[in-house]
Design a protein around this ligand. Structure first.
Ligand SMILES: *Cc1c(COP(=O)(O)O)cnc(C)c1O
Length: 377
């Protein structure tokens, strides 16, 4: 390994997770590969997910969608967050569906379609309670009316109607049934206006796995694709998902120190007895959250050991006690192995969610893709 730390991504786990989720939902799946595939590498993850039967790819930005096309991926794809002056012509030429949340964007998309001479394929987004993107209130019937007019004129084709849920990962959510009802009403309005969307979608991972009434034609799967249980179960989840990413490194220095030795900046940790410290060459610039100080652990040797003192930009220190450790010993920060800490635990230690830990893995960390059965050592 040439990088100081490495993210090993098992594409076999990605493929397995697609099959696991599809078996539960019975629908087509959109593999959500935004933010570089939640830090796993958008292109290899996209290929693995499509190979396992996912029919769609979902990304946030036009740039992310075009990067998939540049890599030669021609599968159906949707991008959903755009500036009004984005290059919609490029998306239309690339055959990427455009998520539309405002009439301002719709007008710009139709202008671009006129330039290109090809209708844009759009998926209209309704806000059902998240209060972020999507048309809400009177803006929805207005956007739908414009969309119908443009469809009749040949500027666009409305393929989909969709929305996003606020708290599907909270068991017994009060929000979710209200969002479903609002969504169904929005669909009625769209159909009444003369639209015939044949791709209706609402569910993210948590909803796809647990709320049958949210599944419609397609489920958009992010977290579960990467093998993280959206309900936070640690260890082998109830759904049989397998974490795809293992963040690993190597001990680069070892020292025996007496009691009373300060460790890292501050120092906020002082050894209570003679002990052995192992230095790891990754820190918050690589995605280890400083907020996990005092709780975080890694897998080193044959057990979990605590990170002690402040997590610095590039380094952190593990207290290994009296156990033998040598320069070059392998370390798993978090990973697929049940014994090692999980990304969900890291998220809890840092007071955040697994998404933030995964997307926070720094650019300096090497990415290494393996296929199921390949050996992680
Ligand atoms: C990120 C995202 C998803 C994936 O959500 P998960 O909870 O990770 O499955 C789905 N839909 C939209 C619109 C998103 O932005």
């Amino acid at each position: 390994m040439s990088a100081l730390a490495e993210a090993v991504v098992d594409l076999g786990a990605i493929a397995g997770n697609v099959r696991t989720v599809a078996a539960v939902t019975g629908t087509d799946l959109m593999a959500v590969v935004k933010a570089d595939g939640f830090g796993h590498g958008a292109v290899p993850v996209a290929r693995a997910a499509l190979g396992a039967g996912a029919g769609w790819l979902g990304v946030t930005s036009a740039a992310e969608a075009l990067a998939l096309r540049d890599a030669g991926i021609t599968a159906p794809a949707l991008s959903w967050l755009h500036r009004p002056d984005d290059d919609f012509a490029a998306l239309i030429r690339a055959g990427v569906d455009v998520g539309v949340s405002t009439t301002t964007h719709l007008h710009a998309i139709v202008d671009a379609a006129r330039q290109v001479g090809v209708p844009a394929t759009v998926q209209l987004k309704v806000d059902t309670g998240l209060s972020r993107n999507g048309a809400s209130g009177d803006d929805w019937p207005e956007m739908v009316a414009w969309a119908r007019k443009y469809e009749v004129e040949g500027g666009i084709q409305v393929r989909g109607v969709w929305s996003h849920l606020a708290d599907a990962d909270v068991p017994g959510s009060q929000c979710l049934p209200r969002q479903v009802a609002t969504f169904e009403e929005a669909l009625r309005i769209a159909r009444h206006a003369g639209l015939h969307p044949d791709l209706v979608h609402l569910a993210n991972s948590a909803a796809a796995l647990s709320a049958a009434g949210t599944r419609f034609d397609l489920c958009r799967v992010g977290l579960a694709l990467y093998g993280v249980d959206p309900f936070g179960a640690s260890g082998p989840g109830a759904f049989g998902l397998r974490p795809a990413l293992t963040l690993r490194t190597t001990v680069v220095n070892v020292k025996r120190v007496p009691a009373g030795t300060g460790v890292s900046y501050g120092p906020e940790y002082v050894t209570g007895r003679a002990t052995t410290l192992a230095l790891l060459p990754l820190g918050y610039a690589d995605g280890l959250p400083r907020a996990a100080e005092g709780r975080a652990q890694v897998w080193l040797g044959d057990r979990r050991r605590p990170i002690v003192g402040r997590i610095a930009m590039d380094q952190c220190v593990v207290d290994v006690g009296d156990l033998p450790v040598a320069i070059g010993d392998p370390v798993v920060v978090f990973g697929a192995d049940d014994a090692a800490p999980s990304v969900t635990e890291w998220a809890r230690w840092a007071g955040t969610n697994p998404h933030e830990i995964l997307t926070g893995i720094g650019a300096r960390v090497g990415r290494h893709h393996i296929h199921e059965g390949a050996h992680i050592s």
